[in-house]
Design a protein around this ligand. Structure first.
Ligand code: CA
Length: 229
């Protein structure tokens, strides 16, 4: 299941840029530009996270935040304020109203993503230490040993599980066959070809229908967890 993000922002260009960015990160993004729509969509969509511009026409971000917080189902939905320079004094009032965090424009998208991920982990504390995930598309629960791709359970054998765990702990890092043999098998008598066989099976299992290949083959180097655009 994709993480649902509600973006309340009246600057069309910024809204479009953020929408594109978060959709690439595999969020499902709804954008609205005023308070009434924001409250309506917050209630109907039940987003996992809300990004809320401070300065909006008709209704301020602060008022929107207050109203969202007063809705029964939305008391704990993480809210991040997007404030402009000079509005920073207001941020404390925003946090008072029940917002969880704020970023000051112009902000880096990666920074915003990191804040979001940290809030999502906090709002779902049972997952705090037990869960590894990559771009919201695959998750691994280290307590239950469940692996899910797009919310669907995938079955892995122990070696495939170990391989995926190593990849999830080091997204984007390229591992050579020798490194994988050493880390997963720890046995010099296993042939390098064994790695290829297990990677092939892991790929087949986690790349379910209509999803992108998560494992990149780096010619003559090895493998990494990476979404190929
Ligand atoms: Ca604005």
């Amino acid at each position: 299941m994709k993480t649902k993000l509600l973006l309340v922002e009246d600057e069309d260009r910024l809204a479009a840029v953020l929408k594109t960015f978060f959709e690439k990160e595999n969020f499902s993004v709804e954008t609205v530009s005023d308070g009434e729509d924001a409250i309506f969509h917050a209630e109907s969509l039940k987003p996992d996270i809300i990004l809320l511009d401070w300065m909006l026409p008709n209704m301020s971000g602060l008022e929107i935040c207050r109203q969202i917080r007063s809705a029964k189902d939305l008391k704990k939905t993480p809210i991040i304020f997007l404030t402009a320079k000079g509005e920073e004094e207001d941020k404390l009032r925003g946090l008072d109203t029940g917002a969880d965090d704020y970023v000051t424009k112009p902000f880096s998208q990666m920074e915003l993503l990191a804040r979001i991920n940290s809030l999502l982990r906090r709002s779902n504390p049972s997952n705090l230490d037990d869960q590894l995930s990559y771009k919201n598309t695959i998750t691994m629960n280290l307590k239950t040993f469940r692996v899910k791709r797009e919310g669907k359970i995938v079955k892995l054998n122990p070696k495939e599980f170990e391989l995926l765990k190593l990849f999830l702990e080091n997204p984007g890092k390229v591992f050579s066959r020798d490194q994988l043999l050493d880390k997963i098998w720890g046995d010099v008598n296993v042939e390098a070809r064994t790695v290829d066989v297990h990677i092939r099976r892991l790929r087949k299992n986690i790349n379910i229908k209509n999803t992108k290949d998560l494992i990149r083959t780096v010619r003559s180097s090895g493998y990494s967890l990476d979404i190929i655009k």
